[in-house]
Design a binder for this molecule. Sequence first.
Ligand SMILES: [Mn+2]
Length: 457
Amino acid sequence: MDVVRSRRRRLFQALQKLGADFPVALWSGRAPAKNFPANRHYFRANSHFLYFAGLGIENAVIVMDAGSDRTTLFWDEPGPDDALWHGPEPSRDQVAAAVGADDARALGDVYKFIDGGASIYLPDPGARLAQEAVLGRSLSTSPEPEGIDGVLAQAIVEVRLRHDEFAIAEIKKAIAVSIQTHKLGIQSTKNSQLESHVCAKMEEVIYGNQCGTAYNSIVTIAGEVLHNNCYHNPLGRDDLLLADVGAETALGWASDITRTWPVSGKFSPTQKALYDVVLDAHDQGIAAVKPGADYREIHLLVSCVLAGGLVDLGILKGNPESLVDSDAHALFFPHGVGHLMGLDVHDMEDLGDVSGYGPGRVRSDRFGLGFLRLSRILEPNMVVTIEPGFYQVPAILNNSEWRDRYSEMVNWDRLADFSDVRGIRIEDDVLVTETGNEVLTADLPADTDSIEGLMLR
Ligand SMILES: [Mn+2]
């Protein structure tokens, strides 16, 4: 409770600094239903609510008032029928005590307390309509909050960008589970016939540790499909298996790890050659993480190391810097080098680029920079991912416009020698410290010898 109270105090200070004196209302949201209302999906509270209330209770609102330094909980106690289906629930006063609220009221009374107030909108359109009704105004349809909601978003980012000790301890808990998850995934591959077999083994560790998945697991031999959430492919001896799987703690704190390993237990020479290029980019990217470093520059550095490695393998032709200037590396590495991580796997991405982009920065429309989720000067206690990759995406490599544009820079015949690589990604979670960084996921090795060693066990 001390932790959430101190977070709320920091939010009030951030709002005052921005000259804001409006009340703030945050909704926890409701579990989505599948086909009929009683068939409910798993509930995960909205991250802003979780951050400032510290409790993932459904269908609640907290109103925080900087002027009076008070927090009020709005929540309705479940009725007798709910006790039959869902068991005993806490009383409103018990919930209010747990979030350290000064007052507790019926949910239907919220509108009386947030006149002229700001909020952050839930991603579900139905929930958003309900929020609009309570706030008595319509909300911007732009991806980024506007007006007083934009001011609130800035204040929230100011507080959530650098993690407190409690948050870092939670992230470390999630990461410890994810490391076990990946080790079991790697080890169980030899006894698996389908992607789903490996995915089930990995998620067994997550759920067995009373965690949830921080995002839909990616466990696939088609690693070039960046957000592949199907698990039906059979595992072929010559395939690489890419697993991007992360646990979140019961309080919602995320982890995000990717490893890529050979189904056979041994990287082929071409797989190892490309893997080592990605690993070099990954290692140099991590080494550059420190306070004062510009994350955009780290993305460009990693892109340059990748381009240089691909030149050495004969896949790209030219000088690495000029290849990156012309975005040729993005043919094989079309996404950004990583993102913020916290309560959300892409922390605060619901606030658009207010979270990921520092003051005065806007997204580039360049092919090699447009998907960069983070462009900020790094500060102590931020947690970022570093996750370079190499992919052969048919939609990119067979695009005739791009083939023309990059005809002089790519040796397509040489590329054909690497047809046993569809997608490689290596992703670790890195805490920015006062003097440099701490690789929070360091206990999970990434080099080919260690991965092959784990597969023998
Ligand atoms: Mn990631």
